[in-house]
Design a protein around this ligand. Structure first.
Ligand code: ZN
Length: 259
């Protein structure tokens, strides 16, 4: 089994690669790239919250509880929260994550149950989409992908560690197939909970007014609009006010309309 340090190191490297690629390919502001790298890094340790080792759980929750409030700073500022309120919110989030949420997840899950699964990775991504309430849909989408990427990195690494060499011979551990899975054959209830959460979060995201193009346009989404704009595939879209876009995204927009 890959340990905490292996997981955090791997997801950090993957996150930095992802952030660098987004910076190089899509001209995304460097601070957003770094936040995405950080999200990928933290997401890479999340699956082991279901670990039976108390020390592993403490390491994960301590790290995540310290980093996640920092990652949410942008949202708090966007809501017009002042300095003292940010400190209060950060402290409360730390306490909730360190002593509440993590122990709750740990208590209701078993190691390598459905918390280690592909639907769980998607559900965590959808939850992140709600948390990353960024004013630019493309950048929000980018952070969601970072979270899913970090979570999936953990699952893939767990599967890789199912292979080992013992006395020079390759050996396959019993844990093979227990991380990168869609279904838990040992517990129908955990499957129902995981897919129920995934469906509920999908419905929530589908109805998110920010991801939809507003009540007058139920099909066209801001997320698609942002991707089309960056890829230059749709010149007819009406962008949200460029006042809300960071400088580099405004540069893209100017490039697109030929100024
Ligand atoms: Zn794991």
């Amino acid at each position: 089994m890959a340990g905490f340090k292996t997981h955090i190191a791997t997801s950090t490297v993957v996150g930095l690669g992802y952030g660098s690629a987004m910076y190089a390919l899509f001209d995304v502001p460097i601070e957003t790239c770094l936040v995405s790298s950080g999200l990928c890094s933290v997401a890479g340790i999340l699956p082991d919250i279901d670990s039976e080792s108390g020390q592993t759980v403490r390491e994960i929750t301590g790290f995540a509880a310290a980093v996640v409030p920092l990652l949410l700073l942008d949202q708090l500022r966007a809501y017009g929260v002042n300095h003292d309120e940010i400190i209060l919110a950060g402290g409360s989030l730390y306490i909730i994550m360190r002593f509440g949420l993590a122990s709750l997840i740990n208590r209701i899950t078993v190691h390598r149950g459905m918390w280690h699964s592909i639907p769980a990775a998607l559900a965590v991504g959808l939850a992140a989409s709600w948390l990353c309430d960024c004013p630019v849909p493309f950048l929000r989408f980018m952070k969601v992908i970072a979270v899913v990427l970090g979570f999936m990195t953990h699952l893939v690494l767990d599967e890789i560690y199912s292979f080992e060499f013992s006395r020079g011979r390759p050996r396959i551990k019993k844990s093979l197939g227990t991380a990168l899975k869609f279904w838990n054959p040992n517990s129908l209830v955990s499957n129902m909970v995981a897919y129920g959460a995934l469906i509920a979060l999908s419905v929530f995201a589908w109805n998110d007014p920010m991801l939809r193009g507003g009540p007058e346009s139920p099909i066209h989404t801001f997320a698609r609009e942002a991707v089309d704009e960056v890829l230059g595939e749709n010149d007819q879209v009406n962008s949200p006010s460029s006042e809300t876009f960071p400088a580099s995204t405004r540069r893209n927009e100017r490039r697109r309309i030929g100024h």
